[in-house]
Design a protein around this ligand. Structure first.
Ligand SMILES: NC(=O)c1ccc[n+]([C@@H]2O[C@H](COP(=O)([O-])OP(=O)(O)OC[C@H]3O[C@@H](n4cnc5c(N)ncnc54)[C@H](OP(=O)(O)O)[C@@H]3O)[C@@H](O)[C@H]2O)c1
Length: 320
């Protein structure tokens, strides 16, 4: 048997529960991976929070249990235990990174072979299991905003899982980076080469002071009204503002909307193509993957509570 964590209803993290299921078998073209580390992402708690759904009685069955609750866990790292028919280049015993995948909050997960990438030996399990989703999102956001040498980039949410990678990639691309974060995370952002500013009232003025030359592009990883308003105020070309956070206020503003909602660009090909290079950069130490905390799989609810409370920089990771 294999333990998995999934929500038993829509709500707050208290709805998460561990259940036992048979160890899955590999489908043709797929593999089974014994999970060593699963990355936690805000989408995980949003999926069962009701943020994406009209939560009503129709979500529960006659026994009062949720009928079709989402699987959680969109990325992980682990060891291949079985390969399905037609799979080449991956063998049982291989240490791998798996992305994209669903249901990675588990001891075992199945994935198509196209989601399997080799885990470099020097990369720790927690880092390997949590680096790809945030990093590929950062690559997509910087690409959409056209960030390159000579730009002055404003990163809203620079201390988050996506933000810390976006900051490093933009600095490496020789952009000047202004990054918003709570003050406790400013020293880390400075270390990574960004100019930190606090979010909150007066943000536009603080950014102007930090970048008197002007801001040429912005990436919104915070999702607040303030992040949108300040980006629109400071960046002349709306096509050079990219948001990964969705929300009705952003639609129709002329900024780039990235993600999986209506009218958003999922960037699947670009993100998939970026995976191997990001893993190589992380393995070489060129890209720092900062793990804020690890939790046992059974404590997924505590991990989500920590993520919702926020302010610890970097990734949260579940260890089965
Ligand atoms: N569309 C996509 O494909 C996609 C992919 C990945 C993530 N996302 C979304 O992108 C967002 C960021 O993801 P993440 O993994 O980086 O999350 P995270 O690790 O939880 O980081 C959140 C960031 O937001 C900052 N923040 C918190 N409250 C804020 C406020 N009131 N004003 C401005 N900034 C604030 C935090 O700063 P402090 O901690 O310093 O306070 C931190 O930098 C989430 O909404 C997530 O769902 C979308």
């Amino acid at each position: 048997m294999s333990r998995i964590v999934r929500p038993t209803a829509y709500g707050s993290p208290g709805v998460l529960a561990v259940t036992e299921v048979p160890i899955p078998r590999a489908a043709p073209g797929g593999v089974v991976v014994e999970v060593r580390a699963a990355g936690v992402n805000p989408i995980d708690w949003k999926l069962y929070s009701g943020a994406f759904h009209d939560v009503g009685d129709d979500h529960t069955d006659a026994a009062g249990l949720a009928a079709a609750m989402p699987s959680l866990g969109l990325e992980c790292a682990g060891i291949v235990t079985e390969t399905g028919a037609g799979v080449t280049g991956v063998r049982a015993g291989d240490e791998v990174i798996v992305y994209p995948v669903t249901g990675a909050y588990a001891e075992h997960v199945t994935a198509p072979a196209t989601s399997i990438l080799a885990k470099p030996a020097g990369l720790g399990w927690a880092e390997a299991g949590s680096l790809v989703l945030a990093s590929a999102t950062a690559v997509h956001a910087l690409h959409a905003a056209g960030v390159g040498k000579g730009d002055t980039l404003l990163v809203h949410g620079g201390s988050g899982g996506v933000g810390l990678i976006a900051v490093q990639l933009a600095v490496a691309a020789e952009a000047t980076v202004i990054a918003t974060a709570s003050t406790r995370n400013h020293a880390l952002l400075r270390e990574l080469g960004a100019v930190p500013v606090a979010y909150g009232p007066g943000l536009a003025e603080r950014v102007r002071d930090a970048a008197p030359q002007g801001v040429t592009a912005a990436v919104d990883l915070a999702g607040t009204g303030e992040a949108l308003d300040v980006s629109l105020e400071l960046v002349a070309d709306r096509a050079r503002i990219a948001s990964v956070t969705g929300g009705p206020r952003r639609a129709g503003t002329g900024i780039k909307l990235l993600g999986y909602g209506p009218g958003e660009d999922a960037g699947a090909e670009l993100r998939d193509a970026a995976r191997a290079g990001l893993i190589a950069r992380a393995a070489s130490g060129d890209l720092r993957v900062i793990v804020a905390a690890t939790f046992p799989l059974a404590d997924a609810a505590k991990a989500h509570e920590a993520g919702i409370a926020g302010h610890a920089p970097g990734k949260l990771v579940l260890i089965p």
